[in-house]
Design a protein around this ligand. Sequence first.
Ligand code: FES
Length: 111
Amino acid sequence: MTRHRLCAVAELAEAQARQFALPLAERSLDVFVVKWRGHLYAYINSCPHTGAGLNWVPHEFFDPDYQHLQCATHGALFRPDDGVCVWGPCAGQALSPVAVEIEDGTAYACI
Ligand code: FES
């Protein structure tokens, strides 16, 4: 497992997301981290419906009400804290989580 620095925890406001391309052996992995109710959660940026990235606008993953993560392609809604789809064509499926570690105020993804 490799640890990748994401950002300082304080850089993310509540219900804000940020995406990253993490280097892997011969490609990169598109992930995003969200701050939700004081905790950070990270997911691979791939919708369980088609595998497409969720967002069309960089770093924008929340729905207009900032209650769920939303896929821009067909509108699926996901709970921020566990990635489960609660509405849309992939209801009941979930985003793939990425482990997050926090050390000295900095968030790291572990993949
Ligand atoms: S690609 Fe995400 S809902 Fe269809």
